[in-house]
Ligand binder design. Structure first.
Ligand code: GLC
Length: 768
């Protein structure tokens, strides 16, 4: 008898092992195919021709919500039953459900195997812990899981999801702050994705210790509830995954500018002084931050009366200098009678509790704290409404920290309840629910203005509410490179708006590293400098005159790129494709992309390839994938599919533009509030293939774009007809740019080299 038909109960160690056995019956109703075995029930749903959900449970709870998924399954679907299988076929995918024993095997429509249960162990339980063993294909590679250390290719590694406050983490530490239980498998020239929607502590093993036989994933409890993505092409899978879990909305334009942060800007005067220095030195910047020191005794939604006595006055002055302010909020509410949020929370019963009804108390910055139960709608409303204390003086950005949740000792008891769940069941979604409460609340208060929300802890779907940063890194080259891998990996899991603490949160970076990291920051979706209290000051002018000039140039480069960057964010809102993209998205079967020497490289939007380089190296081997490329700083031409050794001085990070690349740029401005010279520069690099770019603009601050008040047109380059064209404008907004200037790179013998024309809204075509 095959092993898999046994039910191992009363195992000598005391731990039961139950493996899903033979199908005893099935039925279809309301779009759900339900299959029963002696051990469990499986439910199958179809969300689209490329998305099938399988949920297997010993004990379904009908009220279990998904925090991540925002789509509904399709109605009933057809299936074929034979003596051995139940087969569900969509135009793109075939799920073959083997009956004896129950196993789930996915194929392309043409019959190639994408992913299969391990024939022996399939889905199984040890007590409440559920795991699914799957066949490991020869040469199979894995990408994804969001904020995970290690290599781009996750093969032969194992990971845990358990949102954790991880100060002093290393480039190997796991877990960190966020949970994105979604990965993409690559083998035999085929792609598939799998999202385990389960907020318990979860596990992914890509053949770390299984003799190359199996990969497996599972969770400490809950259902084995996964969405299988069968689209061919990583970008299409990301599009499907973000279609299912939502996409980011347009960020406020100012949040794409340079952001200056530090833990220990101790007074309003200091904040204003730093802002003034940016303006005086003409180093562009948009955002100042207040870390925990702006508060009275670290009480959330208060201001320190001595050091920040007149918040509105400070904010008015910042505004007059075209600066926005972001303030931090932590979930811990100080236990102190007479403090509004504490009193209200107690009175309305809004805090997480022990099962006997007592409020849970943990220690964080303010000392003894209670923690809002963000899993309840009324608590989220209350939290959201409290932001008036920050929005009234004029704060527009809200930094959600310590929301894993963190409490000193980092061991919140398992019996603490959030909503109707115990901590271990939903811990991984706490930060996301805090970000949701912050986003919903501030969006309501701010009316038509876009809030900027930033969170440290997150779960799949957080992109709908917030940007993220990768927590407390360290000022070393290894952390700079790790940070880029984290950004690239988070991009696979739907998070496009990401930053890292540039310079490293703890430690003191060398001047060289600070310069290098800022040059990479210009190509990071969120460009924020941040540092721990007690570290040396980090602002751009703290590194000597020469370095200041280099950092200034890098920040200027960021501002020049804003039209391209804003359009790239628009693309994220439409397709889920991240702004920073690992090369594995487009070149999924090119082995060099996974080579440890090149795995940190990424595309910044459609056209630019960036190669991060350690600050100690002044030349670097760069892998250029398929296509041909130009060095951005010199227009030097390179054929692709080769490793090139290039100069990489601190003043010139290796950045390449794809042949045919279209990059709209603007003149240098000191903040996103400034108009600049009113000319949109359309840069085009010569290439053999036609290319197009969706250019997008709106007012950058409001939700008017939802009413069609935006400006969008397709910019196309046609090398055969030797033309550049702009489609007529879609949307009812005017452009910020009165004129267009075409700037050509790598074109020899064409008439037009540089020309300025009026930015008319009808179709525009120029011959080269
Ligand atoms: C946490 C955050 C860090 C912040 C500090 C003080 O360590 O990760 O960014 O500066 O708390 O609020």
């Amino acid at each position: 008898m095959p092993l898999s038909t046994f039910i191992y109960s009363g195992y000598p160690t005391g731990m039961n092992l139950e493996i899903a056995g033979n199908v005893q019956g099935f039925k279809q109703q309301d779009g759900i195919l339900t299959i029963k075995t002696a051990e469990a029930e499986a439910r199958v749903y179809i969300y689209s021709p490329t998305i099938i959900r399988v949920s297997i449970s010993k004990n379904f709870n009908p009220d279990d919500p998904s925090f991540a998924v925002i789509r509904q399954p399709l109605a009933d679907f057809d299936f074929d039953e034979s003596s051995a299988n139940i087969d569900i076929t969509t135009p793109a995918l075939k799920l073959s459900i083997q009956k004896s024993p129950l196993r789930f095997n996915f194929f392309t429509a043409a019959g190639s195997s994408l992913s299969e249960d391990d024939a022996r162990f399939g889905t199984n339980w040890q007590g409440e812990r559920v795991t699914c063993y799957r066949r490991l294909f020869e040469g199979e590679q894995f990408i994804g899981l969001g904020e995970k250390t290690g290599n781009l290719d996750r093969r032969s590694a194992a990971y845990v999801n358990w949102n954790t406050d991880a100060p002093n983490h290393t480039p190997e530490s796991d877990p960190l702050y966020k949970t994105f239980p979604f990965f993409i498998g690559l083998h035999s020239g085929l792609t598939y994705g799998l999202f385990l929607d389960n907020t318990h502590k979860s596990y992914f093993d890509f053949g770390a210790s299984t003799d190359e036989e199996t990969s497996w994933f599972g969770a400490d409890g809950g259902d084995l509830n996964y969405y299988f993505f069968g689209a061919q092409g990583v970008a299409k899978i990301i599009e499907d995954y973000t279609g299912l879990t939502g996409r980011m909305e347009m960020p406020p334009l100012w949040s794409l500018g340079y952001q200056q942060c530090r833990w220990s800007y101790m007074s309003a005067d200091e904040v204003l002084n730093i802002a003034q220095t940016f303006r005086k030195k003409q180093i562009p910047a948009d955002v100042m931050y207040c870390d925990i020191d702006y508060m009275d005794d670290f009480k959330i939604f208060t201001w320190n009366k001595k050091t920040f006595p007149k918040p509105k006055q400070m904010l008015d002055k910042l505004k007059a200098m075209d600066f926005r302010l972001v303030t931090i909020v932590d979930p811990g509410i100080k236990v102190e009678e007479g403090y509004k949020e504490y009193d209200e929370g107690i009175e309305q019963d809004y805090f997480a509790k022990y099962p006997d009804g007592e409020n849970y108390t943990g220690y964080v910055w303010p000392g003894r704290c209670h923690f809002p139960d963000f899993f309840r709608g009324e608590v989220r409303e209350w939290w959201g409404a409290a932001f008036t204390a920050l929005t009234q003086p004029g704060v527009e950005g809200f930094w959600n920290d310590m929301n894993e949740p963190a409490a000193w000792g980092q061991n919140i008891p398992w019996i603490v309840k959030f909503g109707d769940k115990f901590m271990p069941e939903v811990r991984n979604a706490y930060g996301m629910q805090m970000a949701r409460a912050t986003y919903d609340g501030t969006r309501k208060i701010m009316g038509n203005k876009r809030p900027f929300v930033l969170t440290r802890a997150a779960y799949s779907g957080t992109q709908r509410y917030s940007a993220v940063w990768t927590g407390d890194n360290t000022g070393t080259d290894a952390h700079m490179l790790l940070g880029q891998r984290l950004v690239n990996s988070l991009g696979i899991t739907g998070m496009s708006f990401i930053g890292v603490d540039i310079g490293g949160f703890s430690g003191n970076p060398t001047p060289e590293l600070m310069v290098r990291w800022n040059s990479l920051g210009a190509y990071t979706p969120m460009f924020r400098n941040h540092a721990i209290q007690g570290s040396k000051m980090r602002e751009p002018w703290e590194w000597g005159k020469n370095n200041e000039q280099t950092i200034k140039k890098d920040i200027e480069q960021r501002y020049k790129l804003l039209p391209y960057l804003y359009s790239s964010f628009y693309q994220s809102t439409q397709t889920g494709l991240p702004v920073s993209r690992t090369l594995a998205i487009e070149h999924s079967f090119d082995g060099n992309v996974f080579d440890e020497r090149f795995q940190n490289e990424f595309m910044f939007g459609d056209a630019m390839l960036v190669a991060p380089v350690e600050s100690t190296k002044l030349t670097e081997d760069v892998y250029l994938p398929r296509g041909s490329w130009y060095r951005l700083s010199s227009d030097k031409f390179y054929e692709g599919e080769q490793i090139v050794n290039v100069q990489a001085p601190l003043t010139d990070l290796p950045v390449f533009v794809k042949a045919g690349g279209i990059i709209p740029m603007q003149s240098v401005v000191q903040s996103t509030n400034e108009k600049g010279d009113g000319i949109l520069q359309v840069h085009v690099w010569n290439g053999r293939e036609a290319n197009s770019f969706i250019y997008y603009e709106d007012d950058g601050v409001s939700y008017d774009y939802e009413q069609g008040i935006y400006y969008k047109r397709v910019i196309s380059f046609n090398p055969i007809e030797k033309s550049l064209s702009l489609s007529s404008v879609e949307g009812s907004s005017k452009s910020r740019f009165m004129q267009l200037k075409f700037v050509l790179h790598g074109f020899d013998g064409v008439k037009l080299q540089e020309e300025i024309i009026e930015n008319k809204s009808g179709e525009i075509e120029v011959k080269l």
